[in-house]
Design a protein around this ligand. Sequence first.
Ligand code: SF4
Length: 215
Amino acid sequence: MLTPKEIIELLRQEYGELRWRPRSDPMSELVGTILSQNTSDTNSGRAFTRLVGRFPTWESLLSADPTAIAEAIRVGGLARIKAPRIKAVVEEVWARRGSFALAFLSEMPLEEAKAWLRSLPGVGPKTAACVLLFALGRPALPVDTHVYRVARRLGLVPPRVGAAEAHGLLESMLTPDEVYPFHMSLIKHGRRICKAQRPLCPRCVLASGCPSAVL
Ligand code: SF4
Protein backbone atom coordinates (compact mmCIF):
# COMPACT_ATOMS: atom_id res chain seq x y z
CA MET A 1 0.00 0.00 0.00
CA LEU A 2 1.23 3.51 -0.79
CA THR A 3 1.80 6.12 1.90
CA PRO A 4 0.16 9.54 1.52
CA LYS A 5 3.63 10.97 0.83
CA GLU A 6 4.17 8.51 -2.03
CA ILE A 7 0.71 9.20 -3.42
CA ILE A 8 1.32 12.96 -3.39
CA GLU A 9 4.67 12.53 -5.12
CA LEU A 10 3.35 10.20 -7.84
CA LEU A 11 0.41 12.53 -8.50
CA ARG A 12 2.74 15.55 -8.50
CA GLN A 13 4.71 13.90 -11.30
CA GLU A 14 1.43 13.34 -13.14
CA TYR A 15 -0.37 16.66 -12.60
CA GLY A 16 2.44 19.05 -11.68
CA GLU A 17 3.05 21.15 -8.58
CA LEU A 18 -0.15 22.24 -6.82
CA ARG A 19 0.54 25.33 -4.76
CA TRP A 20 -1.97 26.97 -2.47
CA ARG A 21 -3.17 30.46 -3.29
CA PRO A 22 -6.21 32.17 -1.76
CA ARG A 23 -9.36 31.29 -3.68
CA SER A 24 -11.69 33.80 -2.02
CA ASP A 25 -12.41 35.44 1.33
CA PRO A 26 -13.72 33.17 4.12
CA MET A 27 -17.33 34.39 4.00
CA SER A 28 -17.53 33.90 0.23
CA GLU A 29 -15.98 30.46 0.62
CA LEU A 30 -18.54 29.59 3.30
CA VAL A 31 -21.52 30.64 1.21
CA GLY A 32 -19.96 29.27 -1.99
CA THR A 33 -19.45 25.86 -0.40
CA ILE A 34 -23.08 25.72 0.70
CA LEU A 35 -24.06 26.56 -2.87
CA SER A 36 -21.80 23.81 -4.20
CA GLN A 37 -23.63 21.03 -2.33
CA ASN A 38 -25.03 18.45 -4.76
CA THR A 39 -24.33 20.43 -7.90
CA SER A 40 -21.53 21.04 -10.41
CA ASP A 41 -18.85 23.70 -9.93
CA THR A 42 -20.20 25.52 -13.00
CA ASN A 43 -23.73 25.74 -11.63
CA SER A 44 -22.68 26.72 -8.13
CA GLY A 45 -20.36 29.38 -9.57
CA ARG A 46 -23.25 30.81 -11.56
CA ALA A 47 -25.49 30.75 -8.49
CA PHE A 48 -22.84 32.57 -6.45
CA THR A 49 -22.44 35.26 -9.13
CA ARG A 50 -26.20 35.78 -9.22
CA LEU A 51 -26.46 35.85 -5.44
CA VAL A 52 -23.85 38.59 -5.04
CA GLY A 53 -25.33 40.42 -8.02
CA ARG A 54 -28.73 40.51 -6.33
CA PHE A 55 -27.37 40.94 -2.75
CA PRO A 56 -24.07 42.81 -3.05
CA THR A 57 -23.25 42.74 0.68
CA TRP A 58 -23.68 40.00 3.30
CA GLU A 59 -25.56 42.58 5.37
CA SER A 60 -28.18 42.82 2.64
CA LEU A 61 -28.92 39.10 3.11
CA LEU A 62 -29.88 39.69 6.74
CA SER A 63 -33.15 41.33 5.79
CA ALA A 64 -33.71 39.33 2.61
CA ASP A 65 -36.72 37.12 2.10
CA PRO A 66 -35.60 33.48 1.63
CA THR A 67 -37.82 33.30 -1.44
CA ALA A 68 -35.83 36.14 -3.04
CA ILE A 69 -32.57 34.37 -2.13
CA ALA A 70 -33.91 31.12 -3.62
CA GLU A 71 -34.85 32.96 -6.80
CA ALA A 72 -31.33 34.42 -7.07
CA ILE A 73 -29.61 31.04 -6.67
CA ARG A 74 -32.08 28.91 -8.62
CA VAL A 75 -29.52 28.06 -11.31
CA GLY A 76 -27.47 26.16 -8.71
CA GLY A 77 -30.23 23.66 -7.87
CA LEU A 78 -31.89 22.82 -4.52
CA ALA A 79 -32.50 26.55 -4.11
CA ARG A 80 -35.36 26.15 -1.63
CA ILE A 81 -33.09 24.16 0.68
CA LYS A 82 -29.93 26.22 0.21
CA ALA A 83 -31.58 29.68 0.53
CA PRO A 84 -32.69 29.26 4.19
CA ARG A 85 -29.37 27.54 4.93
CA ILE A 86 -27.42 30.53 3.61
CA LYS A 87 -29.64 32.98 5.43
CA ALA A 88 -29.28 31.07 8.71
CA VAL A 89 -25.48 31.00 8.40
CA VAL A 90 -25.27 34.70 7.58
CA GLU A 91 -27.55 35.55 10.51
CA GLU A 92 -25.57 33.39 12.91
CA VAL A 93 -22.19 34.86 11.90
CA TRP A 94 -23.63 38.34 12.36
CA ALA A 95 -25.18 37.45 15.72
CA ARG A 96 -21.89 36.04 17.01
CA ARG A 97 -19.47 38.59 15.60
CA GLY A 98 -21.40 41.68 14.48
CA SER A 99 -19.20 41.44 11.40
CA PHE A 100 -18.57 39.17 8.44
CA ALA A 101 -14.80 39.31 8.78
CA LEU A 102 -13.68 35.76 9.54
CA ALA A 103 -9.93 36.33 9.40
CA PHE A 104 -9.81 35.74 13.17
CA LEU A 105 -10.06 32.03 12.34
CA SER A 106 -6.45 32.23 11.12
CA GLU A 107 -5.28 32.92 14.64
CA MET A 108 -7.27 30.24 16.46
CA PRO A 109 -5.91 26.75 17.11
CA LEU A 110 -7.01 24.65 14.14
CA GLU A 111 -9.42 22.40 16.03
CA GLU A 112 -11.07 25.43 17.65
CA ALA A 113 -11.47 27.12 14.27
CA LYS A 114 -13.07 23.95 12.87
CA ALA A 115 -15.41 23.72 15.86
CA TRP A 116 -16.42 27.38 15.50
CA LEU A 117 -17.37 26.85 11.88
CA ARG A 118 -19.03 23.49 12.47
CA SER A 119 -21.28 24.98 15.10
CA LEU A 120 -22.82 27.23 12.45
CA PRO A 121 -26.18 25.92 11.18
CA GLY A 122 -25.79 23.40 8.36
CA VAL A 123 -21.98 23.51 8.34
CA GLY A 124 -20.32 20.10 8.40
CA PRO A 125 -16.67 19.02 8.37
CA LYS A 126 -16.25 19.48 4.62
CA THR A 127 -17.57 23.04 4.49
CA ALA A 128 -15.53 24.02 7.56
CA ALA A 129 -12.38 22.55 6.01
CA CYS A 130 -13.02 24.31 2.67
CA VAL A 131 -13.20 27.69 4.42
CA LEU A 132 -10.06 27.04 6.43
CA LEU A 133 -8.03 25.55 3.60
CA PHE A 134 -9.05 27.55 0.54
CA ALA A 135 -9.61 30.98 2.06
CA LEU A 136 -7.13 30.93 4.94
CA GLY A 137 -4.49 28.39 3.92
CA ARG A 138 -4.92 26.35 7.10
CA PRO A 139 -4.17 22.63 6.95
CA ALA A 140 -7.74 21.33 7.21
CA LEU A 141 -8.59 18.56 4.74
CA PRO A 142 -11.94 18.69 2.94
CA VAL A 143 -13.06 15.16 2.04
CA ASP A 144 -15.39 15.43 -0.92
CA THR A 145 -16.75 12.57 -2.97
CA HIS A 146 -13.55 12.22 -5.07
CA VAL A 147 -11.13 12.37 -2.15
CA TYR A 148 -13.23 9.85 -0.22
CA ARG A 149 -13.57 7.40 -3.12
CA VAL A 150 -9.91 7.48 -4.17
CA ALA A 151 -8.64 7.29 -0.56
CA ARG A 152 -10.88 4.28 0.11
CA ARG A 153 -9.72 2.48 -3.02
CA LEU A 154 -6.12 3.16 -2.07
CA GLY A 155 -6.76 1.55 1.30
CA LEU A 156 -6.24 4.72 3.35
CA VAL A 157 -9.82 4.68 4.66
CA PRO A 158 -11.15 1.40 6.10
CA PRO A 159 -14.45 0.09 4.65
CA ARG A 160 -16.76 1.12 7.47
CA VAL A 161 -15.42 4.65 7.95
CA GLY A 162 -17.77 7.28 6.51
CA ALA A 163 -16.80 10.51 4.77
CA ALA A 164 -17.33 12.68 7.88
CA GLU A 165 -15.06 10.46 9.96
CA ALA A 166 -12.51 10.25 7.15
CA HIS A 167 -11.72 13.96 7.58
CA GLY A 168 -9.88 13.48 10.83
CA LEU A 169 -8.41 10.13 9.85
CA LEU A 170 -6.86 11.30 6.58
CA GLU A 171 -5.77 14.64 8.00
CA SER A 172 -3.89 12.84 10.78
CA MET A 173 -1.84 10.99 8.12
CA LEU A 174 -0.64 14.23 6.52
CA THR A 175 1.81 16.93 7.46
CA PRO A 176 0.37 20.46 7.23
CA ASP A 177 2.24 21.03 3.93
CA GLU A 178 0.75 17.91 2.43
CA VAL A 179 -2.90 18.74 3.06
CA TYR A 180 -3.46 21.04 0.07
CA PRO A 181 -1.60 18.95 -2.56
CA PHE A 182 -3.23 15.75 -1.25
CA HIS A 183 -6.71 17.25 -1.54
CA MET A 184 -6.17 18.82 -4.95
CA SER A 185 -4.36 15.90 -6.54
CA LEU A 186 -6.89 13.31 -5.34
CA ILE A 187 -9.69 15.42 -6.81
CA LYS A 188 -7.88 15.64 -10.14
CA HIS A 189 -7.15 11.93 -10.08
CA GLY A 190 -10.72 11.07 -9.13
CA ARG A 191 -12.12 13.13 -12.00
CA ARG A 192 -9.70 11.94 -14.66
CA ILE A 193 -8.63 8.39 -13.78
CA CYS A 194 -10.12 6.91 -10.60
CA LYS A 195 -13.66 7.61 -11.76
CA ALA A 196 -16.68 6.52 -9.75
CA GLN A 197 -18.07 4.09 -12.34
CA ARG A 198 -15.13 2.68 -14.29
CA PRO A 199 -11.74 3.55 -12.83
CA LEU A 200 -9.05 3.56 -15.51
CA CYS A 201 -6.62 1.40 -13.53
CA PRO A 202 -4.38 0.43 -16.49
CA ARG A 203 -3.61 4.17 -16.94
CA CYS A 204 -3.18 4.91 -13.22
CA VAL A 205 0.23 5.90 -11.84
CA LEU A 206 -0.82 4.55 -8.44
CA ALA A 207 -1.83 1.11 -9.72
CA SER A 208 1.23 -0.84 -8.58
CA GLY A 209 0.51 0.11 -4.95
CA CYS A 210 -3.30 0.18 -5.06
CA PRO A 211 -5.17 -2.71 -3.41
CA SER A 212 -8.22 -2.02 -5.61
CA ALA A 213 -6.43 -1.95 -8.97
CA VAL A 214 -8.12 -3.91 -11.74
CA LEU A 215 -5.50 -4.45 -14.43
S1 SF4 B 1 -5.44 1.71 -9.50
FE1 SF4 B 1 -7.58 1.99 -10.07
S2 SF4 B 1 -8.71 1.97 -8.16
FE2 SF4 B 1 -6.54 2.31 -7.65
S3 SF4 B 1 -6.32 4.53 -7.55
FE3 SF4 B 1 -5.79 3.92 -9.61
S4 SF4 B 1 -7.69 4.10 -10.79
FE4 SF4 B 1 -8.23 4.11 -8.62
